[in-house]
Design a protein around this ligand. Sequence first.
Ligand SMILES: C[S@@+](CC[C@H](N)C(=O)[O-])C[C@H]1O[C@@H](n2cnc3c(N)ncnc32)[C@H](O)[C@@H]1O
Length: 324
Amino acid sequence: MRSALMLVRAVAGLEWLVAEEVTAAGCRVVEVSKRQVVVDGLVEPPRMADDVFEVYGVAPDPGRARAGVAAAVQAALPSAPGGGVFAVSASFVGERNFNRYDVEDVVGQRLARLTGGRYHSRRDGAVPPDERTEWRVVLDGKTLWIARRPYAAPIHRRPWRQHTVPGSLHPPVAAAMAHLADLAPGHQVLDPFCGAGTILLESHLIEPRVTYLGVDRDPTAIAAAQANAAQLVGPSINWRVGDARRVEGSFDRIVSNPPWGVRVDAATVSAGMRRWREVLRPGGVVVALVLAEQVPRGWTVLGRHQLAVAGRHPVIVVLGVSRY
Ligand SMILES: C[S@@+](CC[C@H](N)C(=O)[O-])C[C@H]1O[C@@H](n2cnc3c(N)ncnc32)[C@H](O)[C@@H]1O
């Protein structure tokens, strides 16, 4: 019989927040490991997750030797659903005497035999066809997991997201920031470096009863944010072309991902962040995704989550106004 377990994949550093999200939704967390949360009884895909796969096969991790992989896959997968075109994507932790393509091919060939489907190998860099089922294999050092995505697309790919700008944020990270902001009805929320609007749109999906303002100095970014917002039903978000250093207003929350100093000079970015003190209400909270060296000084750090995204190691910091 098929397992009800789901592999919930996460951005490195967000695993425990994803576990919290699924627990709050009434699911049982079976285990948490690097980039993965195994969950029982999942109904809705978590917003903070990267992707979700339904488990069809489990066996002990065969370890380092290549010879053990085929036997483990056979034990894990006595039968499988499917047919049609499918692809397999594998990852493992630790040193192995095989590579990911070796694992993918073993699983792909086994699935093709069991289901009569056509396996599309990624070994030579060929892009698989859009119309496919996606299988995921994880060797986490303890267990070999074989799972299938129950959705047509990865869940981090949001239907509302039609436009991006350079530096646009991975939506699950934006969802995690919105969660950490602890948004409540009636709040006034600002993103002064809003880009294509990812943070405020994910925030709106979590808490729509908030007044949101997104500001960016680039009119193209504001147009992108407006176009993305138009994909959602009636989001109450105001978008404005403006400079983060001169933003006006009074806000309960500032949730933002300032530039990491590649296209914008560091002085401009830190001047934009200094403005947060002027526009944040007493008791207000800032949630910012910044590089470690950009964390603004003189704030009380209420939370800190180290991530690994896009080859960088930024940190989500939750900041409150220091009383001293
Ligand atoms: C890292 S991107 C934000 C990406 C956004 N979170 C998204 O998902 O699309 C930083 C944004 O800051 C904007 N920016 C840079 N300097 C600014 C300034 N002084 N005032 C306002 N926006 C600024 C850039 O135009 C860019 O869109």
